[in-house]
Write a protein that binds this ligand. Structure first.
Ligand SMILES: Cc1cc2nc3c(=O)[nH]c(=O)nc-3n(C[C@H](O)[C@H](O)[C@H](O)COP(=O)(O)O)c2cc1C
Length: 197
């Protein structure tokens, strides 16, 4: 049986198709990613904008079949541990918490998290453009993942991202299969106001 995996969500206003088209499924096919494909994903993240162009994002990646993949995968928790085993690659998204100011002093970078969020979204949209899916996860053991990636002092872990080719919903356990559908969004009036809150 061929599956129609086309997301069906409709925007309320005209928007480039990648925005409602990107979503976060959990089922992956067996398709591996080449290192060149992973580099394209990371390249998209690399070109994200950041305050004063400090580029605080730091990315640690591994492909399925590598010992590093198993080591990252083992840090995921709950359901994430189940469905990510078939991901073609995992990317850990972290940031450097400080930046060098004009006096050459390391000071807190207050927009590091904001900027790193832009980098993750760039990666996700690049995956979508390549016919892949990228699914971010905050469900991981923070201490264990920090040890696995040898997180340097002064850095923060934000999320792990599973990337691959979308697989059939039937490949998931029943509870996850029931959730394998694109989500909706809050109404525009709830998130955006004209002129003031
Ligand atoms: C920072 C972050 C953490 C997330 N953590 C998890 C997670 O641990 N497990 C999971 O299955 N999905 C996780 N998600 C995926 C969200 O649930 C998903 O992006 C959201 O429901 C919107 O759906 P969409 O991405 O399909 O549009 C996370 C997403 C983000 C951005």
């Amino acid at each position: 049986m061929s599956l129609d995996l086309t997301p069906t969500r409709q925007p309320d206003h005209p928007v480039a198709p990648q925005f409602p088209g990107r979503w976060s499924p959990r089922s992956f096919t067996d398709r591996a990613l080449s290192e060149a494909e992973v580099m394209s994903l990371l390249e998209a993240a690399r070109w994200a904008p950041s305050a004063s162009n400090h580029q605080p994002w730091r990315l640690v990646w591994a492909r399925r079949g590598e010992a590093a993949f198993d080591s990252l995968h083992a840090c995921l928790t709950g359901n994430n541990l189940i469905w990510t085993g078939k991901a073609a690659a995992l990317v850990v998204v972290a940031s450097k918490d400080t930046m060098l100011n004009r006096d050459g002093v390391e000071v807190p970078n207050r927009t590091a998290g904001f900027d790193t969020g832009a980098a993750w979204m760039s990666l996700a949209l690049q995956a979508h453009a390549m016919g892949l899916v990228a699914h971010a996860m905050g469900g991981f053991d923070r201490d264990r993942l920090a040890a696995a990636v040898q997180l340097p002092a002064g850095h923060t872990l934000h999320c792990a991202v599973a990337v691959g080719e979308q697989g059939p919903v039937e490949a998931l356990p029943d509870d996850l299969a029931a959730r394998e559908k694109p989500s909706g969004r809050k109404a525009m009036a709830e998130i955006a106001r004209h002129g003031r809150f």
